[in-house]
Each structure stands twice: as structure tokens, then as C-alpha cells.
Write a protein that binds this ligand. Structure first.
Ligand code: G6P
Ligand code: ZN
Length: 541
């Protein structure tokens, strides 16, 4: 039997990056099947199409891949290119879609959320350009999930996904590929591998923490096998269904093992970590943490040193809450600089239209138009290539950067799992007072403007309203507040704090101290602690 009756499930609305739910929710009979059928229907079916399939190795990924293969075969897809073991990092999937001219792809991941039977699972559809489906498509998927009465799935034994090669599932070809090689080859085209080999040959020591997630095999192949970094450079290199109990989110809180090593005695020269599906990154020097906003600015200022960008950048883009450090670089280099809402999908149009080649977000995402997703290992290789070309360490590169462009002190404070009503009431109240804030003073800081960010896409004219509150102080400091679109429990309030110091004095302060007046002013204006009863943020980046 190929056609199976079903009933709609509530709550199959894809969020910022696909549908994410507790694994047990996904494992309910027909839940995954419904979502996949709705996806196929929303894209006009998969008859005659070629798809890419893979994920970050988390619990239920291999089983989900079998279901999707049987459904694609039943709906007439001609070929599915799947990573061996159902593994593909998100940027590698994006690359395969583009390189192989596929019609789209399905990525099995809940990104940086923990994995396992009691944690999270996710499914995301990417388009032929290799990027996440735009809202028009995710809305169509959601609409379809509400009216499904049946789905198609071939009755067939599981496909062997452990061996590379082709087999048939009904009429459809299943092509199992090495998940790493095409991606590693692309990196070899972008970066100066010869210079990087030289760096490691001279004794440069690096630690890459793959957090028991998907970048392990990629990092071992690229850093250790192709670039000659010492064996053991990559730690937690084996993707595990529950990520070994780690929370694979590369930030100072969750990558604390790496943080401790980089801040301790005998720290390596360079440290990096990536997330569950390999699109996020954190980079560190010996004793120095590089904030994602600064990382983007440094990469923009030095990209011309990397062979893939030797001809210069087309333009740059950052999400609104990301610091304006990259704007200063863009101004100095005469590059266009775009400010978009949070979410990588907003960069896709700009890249497809050839307006930008480098993008980044404060949420540990950096990438370029080599694919249509952010790319963790790419960012790590950018830094390595810049270090090799400049012959300087991370600390020196950062301090020269600040001396040239000034420093945008920056930090994000997260208040997690707030009662949804409480968080909404607090922000609605702020919205009501926004216009009245202009010209008032708080903690000696004068409010120059206060508004709610709205974005008009310069390529297709679409408008995204209510994308976060901005309070700008005279002198270039600001605070941005928005609710997370990816949290799974209650509401997460993100408070983004920024203060610009032109230098030469005052470039070496501790960010929390440099931002203290803005933190106090924010409390006075918004009343986060007073209203929530919290004594401080849960996460500081
Ligand atoms: C995902 C997206 C990013 C985005 C981030 C924001 O990781 O891929 O592009 O910046 O979510 O998450 P938030 O929880 O702040 O909405
Ligand atoms: Zn991710």
C-alpha cells in the first residue's frame, strides 16, 4: 500500500529554521510523514525532481531519512542524494544542492538544540539555491499540514545508507555520497591550503571542539588530514545521537570546556567550536574571546587576503541586532552594507542578487555566497587564512583592528523561559512608550531615537515588521530588545548592548564594564529585572 490515510496535527508551523519539536513529538505515528507530505505538496510535488538529504547525526535522524526516502520514491522523485549514514552538515547540504543542481533538499537537524530521545529534532526544507525556504513556502507548508488526509509512502525495506554508491527504491535512485569530500574540496578552492599547511607545519597549535556533532568528520578531514594539523586537534569529533550529552551551541556558556582551555595556561594559539549542524561558529585566540560581531568585521576587513575573495567583496550584510563594527569596515572600504532582520534567510535574496558576498549575525553565524547557509568551518578557515597571511595571532589582529576602526563593545544578555504573557506585556508596554522616549535621559545617557525595526527587502520589496526594539543613545551607544524566535520553552528575551569607542583611549576594557551604563539605563527604561523578578541574565555572550 502506498497511500496512507492520516489526520492533520496541530502545531506543524515551521519557525526561523524549519520545524523543531521534541523528538518524541516527531516520533508519533504519521507526524513526520504528514510534515514531509505537506512539504512536497507545497513545493508542487517532487515528481521528476532530485533532492539532497542528510542531517546532523542526532537521534532519530537515520530513521527519519528512511521515511523520507520512501515518501520521495512514492511521489515520483527521480533521485535523492543522501550523505552516508544520513549525515550532512547544513552548509555541506547547501553546497550539494547547488553543485549537483538539485531541486531542493531536506536537512534533519534542530541546529544547536540538544539531541536525544528527550531532546529536540527538526526538519528543514531548502530551495534550489541551497538556502532555507522563504516564508511564502513555509506558510504554504503550514497551510497544507492543516488539511492533509493522506500521504504517499512506498512499502519497501530500508535502504542501506552505510555504503557509498547507488541503489534503487522503486523507480527512484538513492545515491549515497561521502558527506565530507565535496565540501572539503570547496574549502580547498576558497582558501590558501598551502599557506595553512605551512602554518601548522611551523607548529601552530589549534583546538577545534566539534561538540560530538556533525562538524567532527569535516574538521578531521580538513584540519588534520588535508592541512596537517596534529592528530587530536579536533576534539569531540565523533557525531553522537545525543551529542554525548553536550549542548552543541558554540558560545562561552555551552562550550565551556574549550573556553577553559583557551583562557588557561598553555592555551593553544587558536580555538574554535561549531554547533549541532555545523553552521554556527565561535573563534578564540589564546586568552581572547572574539565576539561574533567583531569576527564579522575582522573577516570583512581582511577578506582580500583569502584567495576566494582576492578580488574584493561585493558588499556586506548583518542582522540588525549585530553590532555596527562591520559598518565601519564597509564605510572605510567603500562597500554597501545592509541591515536585515534576524535570520539567515534574509541574506539569501541579497546574495542571489549579487549585492553582498559576506554576511554575519551576532548569534554566532558567519558566511558568504559560497553557499546559502551560514558556515561554521568556513569561518574558522577564514580566520586561519587571515592569521597565516598576516603572520599575526588573534589578539594582535583584534587590537590592530580596534586601533584602526574603533571598538564596538558588545554583549547579549538572555533571559530564558520567561512566562510568555509577562514578556509580551513588558514589550507591549515599551512599544506604547517608544515615541515618548526620544530626547529623555537615563543614567546620564540621552535617548536620540527609539523605534521598532521594520525591513523592506530591497530585492523583492517584501516587508517584515516588528523585528525588534531599538533605543539609540547619543554618541552611538544602543540597546536592542527582541524575543527569540527559536526558543522552545516560554519566551526568551534577548537584550543586545552596544557602545562605540573611537580610541585611541579606552579600547581595552572588559565589555561588561564598558557597557555597564547602558545596562543600567536599560533596566531603568524597560524594567526587566523589576518586572520578571530575575536577578540577572541566564546567558551572556
Ligand atoms: C537561527 C537562525 C539564525 C538566527 C538565529 C536567531 O540560528 O539560523 O539566522 O540568527 O536563529 O535566533 P533567535 O533565537 O535569536 O531568534
Ligand atoms: Zn545550526
Amino acid at each position: 500500500m502506498t497511500i496512507h490515510p492520516t489526520k492533520p496535527f496541530d502545531g506543524q508551523k515551521p519557525g526561523t529554521s524549519g520545524l523543531r519539536k521534541k523528538t518524541a513529538v516527531f516520533m508519533q505515528p504519521n507526524f513526520l510523514e504528514n510534515f514531509i507530505q505537506a512539504t512536497f505538496d507545497a513545493i508542487g510535488g517532487v515528481q521528476g525532481k532530485t533532492l539532497v538529504l542528510g542531517g546532523d547525526g542526532r537521534y532519530f535522524g537515520a530513521e527519519a531519512a528512511q521515511v523520507i526516502l520512501k515518501m520521495a520514491a512514492a511521489s515520483g522523485a527521480v533521485r535523492v542524494i543522501v550523505g552516508q549514514g544520513a549525515w550532512l552538515s547544513t552548509p555541506a547540504a547547501s553546497n550539494l544542492i547547488r553543485k549537483r543542481g538539485a531541486d531542493g533538499g531536506i536537512i534533519l537537524s534542530a541546529s544547536h538544540n540538544p539531541g536525544g530521545p528527550n531532546e529536540d529534532f527538526g526538519v528543514k526544507y531548502n530551495m534550489a539555491n541551497g538556502g532555507p525556504a522563504p516564508e511564502s513556502v513555509t506558510e504554504a507548508i503550514f497551510a497544507r499540514t492543516k488539511e492533509l488526509t493522506e500521504y504517499a509512502k512506498l512499502d519497501a525495506p530500508d535502504v542501506n545508507l552505510t555504503a557509498i554508491g547507488e541503489s534503487h527504491l522503486g523507480e527512484m535512485v538513492v545515491e549515497v555520497v561521502d558527506p565530507v569530500s565535496a565540501y572539503a574540496d570547496m574549502m580547498e578552492e576558497i582558501f590558501d591550503f598551502k599557506a595553512l599547511r605551512g602554518l601548522f607545519h611551523e607548529g601552530f597549535v589549534m583546538r577545534m571542539d566539534s561538540m560530538c556533532a556533525i562538524t567532527g568528520p569535516y574538521a578531521v578531514e580538513i584540519l588534520e588530514n588535508r592541512l596537517g594539523a596534529a592528530k587530536g586537534t579536533v576534539v569531540h569529533e565523533m557525531p553522537l545521537p545525543d551529542f554525548g550529552g553536550m549542548h552543541p551551541d558554540p558560545n562561552p556558556t555551552w562550550a565551556q570546556e574549550l573556553m577553559a582551555e583557551m583562557m588557561g595556561d598553555n592555551a593553544p594559539d587558536f580555538g574554535a567550536a561549531s554547533d549541532g549542524d555545523g553552521d554556527r561558529n565561535m573563534v578564540l585566540g589564546r586568552g581572547v574571546y572574539v565576539s561574533p560581531s567583531d569576527s564579522l568585521a575582522v573577516i570583512a576587513a581582511n577578506a582580500h587576503l583569502v584567495p576566494g575573495y582576492a578580488q574584493g567583496l561585493k558588499g556586506v550584510a548583518r542582522s540588525m541586532p549585530t553590532s555596527a563594527a562591520v559598518d565601519r569596515v564597509a564605510a572605510a572600504l567603500g562597500l554597501d552594507c545592509y541591515e536585515t532582520p534576524t535570520g539567515w534567510k534574509f541574506f539569501g535574496n541579497l546574495m542571489d542578487a549579487g549585492r553582498v558576498s559576506l554576511c554575519g549575525e551576532e548569534s554566532f553565524g558567519t558566511g558568504s555566497d559560497h553557499v546559502r547557509e551560514k558556515d561554521g568551518l568556513w569561518a574558522v578557515l577564514m580566520w586561519l587564512n587571515i592569521i597565516a597571511a598576516r603572520g599575526q595571532g588573534v589578539a594582535e589582529i583584534l587590537s590592530e583592528h580596534f586601533a584602526r576602526f574603533g571598538r564596538n563593545y558588545y554583549s547579549r544578555h538572555d533571559y530564558e523561559a520567561l512566562p510568555v504573557d509577562q514578556a509580551n506585556a513588558m514589550l507591549n508596554d515599551l512599544r506604547d512608550r517608544l515615541t515618548a522616549l526620544k530626547g529623555t535621559q537615563s543614567q546620564g545617557l540621552i535617548i536620540q531615537s527609539a523605534d521598532e525595526f521594520s525591513y523592506t527587502d530591497p530585492v523583492d520589496g517584501s516587508v517584515s515588521a516588528q523585528q525588534g526594539f531599538r533605543i539609540l543613545f547619543e554618541g552611538g551607544s544602543r540597546v536592542v530588545l527582541r524575543l527569540s524566535g527559536t526558543g522552545t520553552e516560554g519566551a526568551t528575551l534577548r537584550v543586545y548592548l552596544e557602545r562605540y569607542v573611537p580610541g585611541p583611549a579606552g579600547l581595552n576594557e572588559d565589555p561588561q564594564e564598558a557597557l555597564a551604563p547602558i545596562i543600567r539605563a536599560t533596566e531603568e527604561i524597560v524594567g526587566i529585572r523589576a518586572r520578571t523578578g530575575r536577578t540577572g541574565p541566564d546567558v551572556i555572550t
